[in-house]
Design a protein around this ligand. Structure first.
Ligand SMILES: Nc1ncnc2c1ncn2[C@@H]1O[C@H](COP(=O)(O)OP(=O)(O)OP(=O)(O)O)[C@@H](O)[C@H]1O
Length: 240
């Protein structure tokens, strides 16, 4: 089945996207990409290849030098239009400390839903339910900045999922997780309905999750893996 067969209309589509940092060569050179319903796309490439930069561009945290971003059916090119994208695409940052800023875990996880207009009661319930679904019940009153790296990673995932996003953008989600937590994360992500882009250097993690793989090399995005050789899951099979 072709990549597009899951849905006629991609949730996110990028055409000819280019980006360069000041005084640097192109980190992305006319990149084309699409994410459709039902897909879990592995985004791979060497350190510094531009993977995080691409995800930042998709949600407007950086502004492309040229090219188009169409998200949820609309062209996105100014800050106002990207606010809507960020409400609908849950971004798990590479460093949990960039994402956690409230005193307690419960406040951190409830922050997103509150910000999206839920009542305090609804947001707190959603936060508690999400924490429980990730095996993190009991962490509600913990002081966020005192958590271990792996605990912070799971709390940031809860904070993202509590916003009930349509798409997940996960930047190295298995970093800092022990083998039990990592397997629990894999099991959780396998059950989620959202389409997702997963950046990871963990080939086994991707092999258990990804329905296809794209890789960044020399600023170009290629549809086939050159390095990891992960065995991708057939989206057709998964969603039959
Ligand atoms: N603010 C910045 N100014 C200049 N160069 C930057 C900046 N941020 C990132 N870069 C450079 O851009 C390149 C791409 O960075 P990016 O973080 O997107 O890579 P990555 O593929 O996610 O890497 P990793 O796998 O190591 O996380 C790297 O060479 C990085 O050093």
């Amino acid at each position: 089945m072709s990549d597009r067969a899951m849905s006629d209309k991609p949730l996110i589509e990028v055409r000819g996207l280019s980006y360069r940092y000041p005084r640097r060569g192109l980190v992305l050179d006319k990149v084309d990409f699409h994410l459709c319903q039902g897909e879990r796309v592995a985004l791979t490439g060497a350190n510094g290849a531009g993977k995080t930069t691409l995800l930042h561009l998709l949600v407007g945290l950086k502004k492309a030098k040229s090219g188009e971003i169409i998200a949820f059916g609309e062209p996105r090119n100014d800050e106002k239009s990207f606010i809507d994208v960020r409400a609908r695409a849950g971004f798990l940052f590479q460093d949990p400390d960039d994402q956690l800023f409230c005193p307690t875990v419960l406040e951190d996880v409830a922050f997103g839903p509150l910000n999206l207009g839920k009542s305090r009661e609804e947001a707190l319930q959603l936060a508690m339910d999400t924490l429980a679904s990730l095996g993190m019940a009991g962490f509600e009153e913990r002081i966020t900045h005192q958590l271990s790296g792996g605990e912070k990673r799971m709390i940031t995932l809860a904070a993202v999922l509590a916003m009930e996003p349509e798409v997940l953008l996960l930047d190295e989600p298995s970093n800092a997780l022990d083998s039990n937590a990592r397997q629990h994360l894999i099991d959780t992500l396998q059950t989620l309905p959202q389409a997702m882009i997963i950046i990871s250097h963990d080939a086994d993690f991707l092999a258990q999750l990804a329905t296809r793989e794209v890789t960044l090399e020399n600023a170009k995005l290629n549809p086939l893996a050159t390095g990891t050789g992960i065995n991708v899951i057939s989206a057709e099979h998964e969603h039959a």
